[in-house]
Design a protein around this ligand. Structure first.
Ligand code: AMP
Ligand code: MG
Length: 322
């Protein structure tokens, strides 16, 4: 199949909506990363997402709606915490997990009783959902376990020939995937950290739990699911001094190492000392350094604070071996 890349206008949005309605796949920009969209109410269409990405059937996908009111199409219940969080953070990089309605096919939820829903804060994403007239099931638009795409060219690199169309809406402003919060229990539970931090959630809905499988939190190597990874091995350094030591060590061993860190005098890529700006640049930086020039990428870890939790989570996953 030929993958068409289109800039966004009325005509290409119309064409993309036609592809979705016909059961095909369209990659589109959101404020987090590029999504790979299919009609969430059509099991066969969603199956194409899993095939194109090589995604295991056990990993459910997020359903994207254009407006808060549209959750009734896919949610069987809308708990109080969901209402509060959506009121405060939608449209935005927050996904809530709630009981699913009968309209949602099993493949979307990995056969589970809950569905993950998000309303993206991106005009193109919402225009596409509206034009298609159906909610969009959309994981990140990359092959499974690889780096997520924050530009149309990243999508093309990973999925060329496997999907019908890419809507090129320029670089994503958020840069990492949404925060996922399960609100089906007594207390909201963060399943995946993101740009909406634990303190931000707590300000709206009281105490929240954090799922123990988050590598940056649990520190359990066995639970470090490899994900969001470049081809080039990533080595984490807890401090700038350790990054330097590792760099020198690799130099002696004739290993070509790139350094992602905070000190512009030392780093191959100096990163912003602000979690939001760092997140925006993270995947683009790793995509760039993953072009074969280096044998490994040393990353100086940001501090272990709630504001940096999502960035640290993605770095731990990028460095995980399996
Ligand atoms: P991705 O679409 O690749 O950004 O990943 C979607 C994330 O949402 C994964 O971490 C999934 O495990 C999570 N997710 C999606 N649907 C559900 C669900 N029904 N229950 C719990 N987590 C979910
Ligand atoms: Mg993904």
């Amino acid at each position: 199949m030929e993958t068409i890349v289109q800039t966004v206008d009325e005509e290409s949005l119309h064409q993309a909506a036609e592809v979705i309605r016909a059961g095909g796949l369209v990659a589109f920009p959101t404020e987090t990363v590029y999504g790979l969209g299919a009609n969430a109410l059509d099991a066969a269409a969603v199956a194409h997402i899993f095939a194109a990405k090589g995604r295991p059937a056990t990993n459910p996908v997020i359903v994207h709606v254009a407006d808060r009111g549209d959750v009734t199409q896919v949610a069987a219940q809308w708990p109080e915490a969901a209402a509060r969080l959506a009121e405060r953070f939608w449209p935005g990089p927050l996904t809530v997990v709630v009981p699913k309605s009968a309209a949602v096919p099993d493949i979307v939820t990995a056969a589970g009783p809950t569905v993950a829903i998000r309303c993206p804060d991106h005009a193109v994403a919402r225009a596409l959902i509206r034009a298609a007239g159906v909610p969009l099931a959309a994981p990140s638009a990359n092959r499974s376990t690889e780096l997520s795409p924050t530009r149309a060219e990243h999508v093309l690199k990973s999925l060329n020939g496997r999907i019908a169309m890419i809507l090129d809406g320029g670089p994503c402003s958020g840069g990492i995937e949404s925060t996922v919060v399960d609100v089906t229990g007594d207390r909201p539970r963060i399943l995946r950290p993101g740009l909406i931090t634990a303190p931000m959630l707590e300000a709206v809905c009281g105490a929240v739990d954090v799922a123990g499988t988050t590598p940056g939190v649990a520190r359990s190597p066995g639970l470090m699911a490899k994900h969001y990874s470049p081809q080039t091995p990533v080595v984490l350094a807890p401090t700038a001094a350790e990054a330097k030591r590792l760099y020198q060590h690799f130099q002696h061993a004739s290993t070509r190492a790139a350094v992602v860190g905070f000190d512009p005098r030392f780093a191959t890529r100096a990163m912003p000392n602000d979690p939001r700006l760092y997140a925006r640049d993270l995947y683009a930086t790793l995509h760039e350094l993953d072009d074969g020039r280096f044998d490994c990428i040393i990353v100086e870890l940001p501090p272990d604070t709630p504001a940096w939790a999502a960035v640290r989570d993605r770095l731990f996953r990028a460095a995980a071996k399996n």
